[in-house]
Design a protein around this ligand. Structure first.
Ligand code: ATP
Ligand code: MG
Length: 277
């Protein structure tokens, strides 16, 4: 597999208001491959957002390297190009929506980078279709649900035609229905449009949808693997202050009580099937 993003021994320090150095990233090495869906989990303050902000050069390394599509983020002549390869979606959709009409909002990004008007129309239509918001093109964003607003924000990023989308807790402010809308939308973009996805979340049920998961603690990667590898390591997850998906926890508890179950159960469907057998 070909790497889209190469991170080598990445360190990031902030200086807080008292002048103290905060080591937010303490040597992260990670390759993110083209077309993969990677989830990043970790307790509050473990460095997830700091890592995310390096992926499109919103932050630059204190030490180490972050290379996006062959371009070093530390080289400022790459900035413009890197930002077109990697789009970011944040927690609060209200902060990301700038226009009074959905389609104008989605057009905002391409207009800013000088895409010709005729092509903007196509990009906006495609982006809205990809997130299932075509019928809301003429609506006012502030009247939409949280999940719909967040889908418009994703469409705005898509209209820039990035290879990779980084989402930093995109569902944190949404209700359960909105959360499902977003995860499904992101999964579809990954599967059908081969967009590389880096998805930061506190919801393990969302992380379970990824091809690969990394779990962070104190600015380093503590666990790394496929969802069924990560979520069956219940004790290690708890040590990182993380929950396990309900089914994975139930399977773990049943095994502790001496009930024999197949390996790698993490979803409700897998657990139901195994218990019925
Ligand atoms: N601008 C900043 N100035 C100083 N310290 C910061 C700044 N931003 C983050 N930090 C510190 O860096 C560390 C990592 O923060 P970061 O926001 O990357 O964590 P996170 O995993 O995204 O946490 P959360 O789950 O709460 O979003 C924390 O100790 C945090 O307090
Ligand atoms: Mg964060």
């Amino acid at each position: 597999m070909q790497s889209l993003i190469e991170i080598k021994n990445l360190k990031h320090s902030y200086i807080d208001t008292d002048g103290n150095e905060i080591h937010a990233l303490n040597g992260v090495s990670l390759d993110i491959y083209k077309g993969e869906f990677i989830a990043v989990i970790g307790a509050n303050g473990s460095g997830k957002s700091t890592l995310a902000r390096h992926l499109n050069a919103l932050l630059l390394p204190t030490e180490g390297k972050c290379v996006v599509a062959g371009m070093d983020t530390a080289d400022d002549k790459n900035l413009w190009n890197i930002r077109q390869h990697v789009g970011m979606v944040f927690q609060n959709p209200d902060n990301q929506i700038v226009a009074a009409i959905v389609e104008e909002d989605v057009a905002f990004g391409p207009e800013n980078i000088g895409v010709p008007p005729a092509e903007i129309r196509t990009r906006v239509d495609n982006a809205l279709a990809a997130v299932g918001m075509t019928e809301y093109a003429k609506h006012a964003p502030h009247l939409l649900s949280g999940g719909q607003k967040q889908r418009v924000a994703i469409a705005g990023v898509l209209a820039l035609e990035p290879d990779c989308i980084v989402l930093d807790e995109p569902t944190a402010m949404l209700d359960p229905r909105g959360r499902i809308e977003i995860v499904n939308t992101v999964k579809k973009l990954n599967r059908e449009k081969n967009i590389t996805v880096v998805y930061i979340t506190h919801y393990m049920e969302e992380a379970m949808q990824a091809d690969r998961i990394i779990a962070m603690e104190h600015g380093v990667i503590k666990m790394h693997g496929r969802p069924e590898e990560i979520f069956t390591k219940v004790k290690e997850l708890h040590a990182l202050g993380l929950e396990t998906p309900l089914a994975a926890q139930a399977a773990f508890d049943l095994r502790q009580k001496g009930i024999k179950l197949a390996d790698g159960i993490i979803s409700n469907e897998e657990l139901t099937e195994e218990l019925c057998r």
